[in-house]
Design a protein around this ligand. Sequence first.
Ligand code: CMC
Length: 433
Amino acid sequence: MSSKNTVKVSVSGENILNLPLLEGTLGPRVIDVRKLYSDHGYFTYDPGFTSTASCESSITFIDGEKGILLHRGYPIQELASQSSFMEVAYLLLHDDLPDLDQLNHFRSEITHHTMLHEQLIYFYRGFRRDAHPMAIMVGIVGALSAFYHDSLDIADPDQQKLAVIRMLAKMPTIAAMAYKYSQGQPFVYPRNDLSYAANFLHMMFSLPVEPYEVSPVMERAMDRIFILHADHEQNASTSTVRLASSSGANPFACIAAGIACLWGPAHGGANEAVLEMLQEIRTPDRIPEFLARAKDKDDPFRLMGFGHRVYKNYDPRASVLRESCYEILEDVGNGSEPLLELALTLEKKALADPYFQEKRLFPNVDFYSGIIFKAMGIPTSMFTVLFAVARTVGWLSQWKEMIEDPKMKIGRPRQLYKGHQKRKFVPVNERNS
Ligand code: CMC
């Protein structure tokens, strides 16, 4: 290997280690430390994986410095403005945009798997009515593996494909039913004549006594939100899905694990937290008080919807959603305009504040999605559920890529041990109290 392709590491001025240097299509070069322990007896230390590439992937690329997000090479802004969620889902799973026949076939496959096994529907009744819908999502998606035995064998490509189609198709149904259950309303079954986004809105808002007319603006906004959340490289929930699947666990169990991780407020739970924060701030004159709290090291409060592990620039998804906010508010209004005004003022003030500038904290995708959801009439507790519905295709694409990768190994991080040295066991009656 030429010295151009290796990195020399000296430890305590001695032992020169030669580590291979790997080059991706885009992004920083990667030091290959796979043999570091077996050949040299060292571990690397990187809690939170801030500098660690956990896998090789061809699905999504992010340049956090420049605010770039590409899916299979296509910029997110172009996908959001010119394609549909079904096209993006196909793209993520298959590496290429579909032609019209492929798209129609894919749509039809999804449409014909949207119903749930009728017995699975009884599962909902085991939950309290006031259960958080994310808790229901984790439970029901995990339970899919008890119902669809013919799509559990990950070594069989046909079963793999069936599991992908089933999960993608059923996720909106599962989510809408979680909402209906919390409202004490009858479940609404999917309709084959509607698009993915319109069908979800129909299952959320239709009643047996009053069918719901899906407005084209709402349908488009929902579809765009699905596109913007579809995948995001090796984030916490995606890495959870990959880690769970590295043991050979079934696909439904892996996606349930991803949903559980997404629920956290530092990840998918942030859009719910943004709305709660805006409602707590209430009026623009209170913004300085909340900014001061966000900057105070002794206060755990953070400005929700701001900051990102990877983006040190404006999150490109947030720019698209900012525009969608105006469109949707014009269509439905719903009394959410003051909330948008408050969010815009908060954003302006935070971006002008030296603390946020120095730490390079910009609005992320969650800053605006909550306002759109609220204007659509979607309750706060469903915000993260919608994120999960959209992200399912990303999780599935990453899951598929992983199990097809011949280099796949069970995920097994090591540690920097800081506990006791070996010590002698003392029987309980001989221990000094
Ligand atoms: N408000 C105030 N200070 C912040 C914020 C914030 N929102 N975010 C980061 N900081 C500060 C943080 O206190 C730290 O300061 P210091 O260096 O003085 O200790 C510095 O900025 C770096 O923060 P970090 O926590 O080390 O950065 P991270 O990469 O580990 O965290 C984050 C990223 C998204 C968890 C964090 O920015 C955050 O908690 N944001 C609010 C929650 C949020 O909006 N999450 C949605 C993320 S995007 C959607 C998704 O991926 O699910």
